[in-house]
Each structure stands twice: as structure tokens, then as C-alpha cells.
Design a binder for this molecule. Structure first.
Ligand code: AMP
Length: 193
């Protein structure tokens, strides 16, 4: 039994934390496009140089760049059977590209997990993370911009996945472990036997 899941949630909702736990539990890789992009920026690759300015102002990196980055990770000579994607797809164009790629290979998502956390709590968590981890995009103005972009571009994906019957909505507040158990309980019925 493998898992192909997407964590669909605004910045600060706990995608990274929950994505890591889920990937461990189901023994699949955790692919976070934000982490992959930050690594490219740190390494000064061509892709990193192109992505940097968008990331610093809290904007989305162009679809074509992100799609090719993800495909390079999950395709390759030995395509991955399972994965937890964190932060991709983030636009309808990316979701359509991912759906086409997955359905051509019998590998669409089993479940898309939407984590619900209030905006006030998101801003509080992100400011805390900015202070602790020094992420350049965790400043108040950039946080507001990222939340605005989430609402405009990413939230509509809930309808896209709900229409396909794979959206799982989970309360993302409270203890990390409690949120994790809620996620596992909600998605277990959606896995293949
Ligand atoms: P995250 O770590 O998921 O908050 O992502 C950090 C930043 O990376 C975002 O604000 C975007 O600039 C960029 N990014 C990550 N994933 C994507 C994506 N799927 N599409 C476009 N930009 C992305």
C-alpha cells in the first residue's frame, strides 16, 4: 500500500511538519517544492536565480519552472510510486498538468488534505518562524502577500479536487500529533487495499 497525497494549505498551516510525519508513516518521500526551490537558490543554479526574485516578494514562481522541477523529482528512470507533495500544485494550471501526468500513468493522488487554520493564527505562526528560522519571506508584508496569493490562486484547487472526490478537510489547529492523527484517520479510507 502506498500513498500519493498532496497537502493543500496556506503558508503557516503546518504543511511541512505534517508532510514530514505523513511521509515517515507511509514510507514515501516528502517533496516540498518550497524546500527544493530554496535549495536551488542557495546553490545558485540557473533555476534558483530565476526563482529567487519571485520567492523574495512572496509571489509564485512561474508554473513551467515548478512543473519541470517536480517532474524531474518524481519521474526519472524509476518513477516514484508514492509521495507526499507539499506546496505543489499551487495553481489550477499546475493541478491540470499534474492530473494529466498522473492519469497517463495511473498515478493520480489518493487524497488531497486541506488543513484549516485561521488567518490570525497563520500570521502568528509565520512571524514566529521568521524570527526563529530567518526565512526572508516570513516578514509581515510578505506574509500578507503570500496569504492573499493563496486565497486567489491556490484555494480554488479545493473545488478541483472536491469535484474528483478526493478532498479531505482537516482542522489544523492544536497539537502537532493530534492534527496528524486526524489526517491519518481521514485519509486511510481513501487508500487502495
Ligand atoms: P513554501 O515553502 O511552500 O511556503 O514556498 C515558498 C515559496 O516558494 C513560495 O512563496 C513560492 O514563491 C515558491 N513556490 C513553492 N511552491 C510553488 C509552486 N508550486 N508554484 C509556484 N511557486 C512555488
Amino acid at each position: 500500500m502506498t500513498l500519493r497525497a498532496l497537502l493543500l494549505a496556506p503558508p503557516g498551516a503546518g504543511k511541512g511538519t505534517q508532510g514530514t510525519l505523513l511521509a515517515e508513516r507511509f514510507d514515501v518521500p516528502h517533496l516540498a517544492t518550497g524546500d527544493l526551490l530554496r535549495q536551488h537558490v542557495a546553490d545558485g543554479t540557473e533555476l534558483g536565480l530565476e526563482a529567487k526574485e519571485y520567492m523574495e516578494r512572496g509571489d509564485l514562481v512561474p508554473d513551467a519552472l515548478v512543473v519541470s522541477l517536480v517532474v524531474a523529482c518524481i519521474a526519472g528512470p524509476q518513477p516514484l510510486e508514492g509521495y507526499v507533495l507539499d506546496g505543489f500544485p499551487r495553481t489550477l494550471e499546475q493541478a491540470e498538468a499534474a492530473f494529466k501526468w498522473g492519469s497517463d500513468r495511473g498515478r493520480t493522488f489518493h487524497a488531497v488534505i486541506s488543513l484549516h487554520v485561521s488567518e490570525e493564527e497563520l500570521v502568528r505562526r509565520l512571524l514566529e518562524r521568521g524570527a526563529a528560522a530567518g526565512r526572508v519571506d516570513d516578514t509581515e508584508d510578505t506574509i500578507r502577500e503570500r496569504l492573499r496569493i493563496y486565497e486567489a490562486k491556490t484555494k480554488p484547487l479545493e473545488g478541483f479536487y472536491d469535484a474528483r472526490g478526493i478532498l479531505v478537510e482537516v482542522d489544523g489547529t492544536g497539537e502537532v500529533q493530534a492534527v496528524f492523527e486526524r489526517i491519518v484517520t481521514a485519509l486511510t479510507p481513501m487508500l487502495d487495499d
